[in-house]
Design a protein around this ligand. Structure first.
Ligand SMILES: [Zn+2]
Length: 197
């Protein structure tokens, strides 16, 4: 027969075993969550996730450029990544959504204040008006926040951005793409500085 301490140890052992089993689904859930993150080509970073897996070609880099369309800046404050409408967009890191709405030249825009760094934010412009997050919401790295938006959007009062046919556009844009921008201490920096291909 077990001694008193023998029984106690036995009960303790069973509890530890049960706790271990309880954690298996949690670990499994995290793994399957990561599996949801697009498995397409991504630019590597030891800080951030790539915001749009499967799409890494850049149609317009950060910095000085010839303005591609009326209202688009000649100093480009982010990078443009062409992708079809509906392509999933992911949080590059943990943070708080500080803007998720119509953002004029950026069209429908999501801004996340990053929580692991001070004074750093990321913007996603020309996204779909159907967003998966709202202002004030916390997001985790690799969480889906929205999708690439359409070129044309309707229902914005006095939208000054129009295509060649006079139809209103999703900010100053010539086609479906993600405008990806990072701000550090209030200034835009080249987002590609944080990634390597
Ligand atoms: Zn852009």
């Amino acid at each position: 027969m077990f001694s008193y301490f023998g029984k106690l140890f036995y009960v303790y052992f069973i509890i530890v075993l049960l706790l271990c089993f309880m954690y298996i689904p949690i670990l499994y859930a995290q793994n399957s969550f990561d599996a949801n993150y697009g498995d397409g080509e991504a630019m590597y970073s030891d800080m951030f996730a790539w915001p749009i897996p499967g799409y890494t070609s850049i149609s317009s880099y950060f910095g000085r450029r010839n303005s591609p369309t009326a209202g688009a800046s000649s100093y480009h404050l982010g990078v443009d990544i062409p992708a079809p409408e509906g392509t999933y967009l992911y949080a590059i890191d943990d943070g708080l959504v500080t803007f998720a709405s119509w953002g004029a030249g950026g069209g429908y825009t999501i801004v996340i204040e990053l929580s692991n760094y001070s004074n750093m934010s990321v913007s996603y412009c020309h996204v779909s008006p159907i967003m998966f997050v709202e202002r004030g919401e916390s997001v985790s790295k690799k969480e889906i926040i929205g999708t690439v938006g359409p070129r044309n959007v309707y229902g914005i009062q006095n939208n000054p951005y129009k295509d060649e046919n006079g139809n209103p556009t999703n900010g100053s844009t010539t086609g479906s793409h993600l405008h990806f921008a990072i701000k550090e201490n209030g200034s835009n920096v080249d987002p590609l500085d944080f990634y390597e291909k």
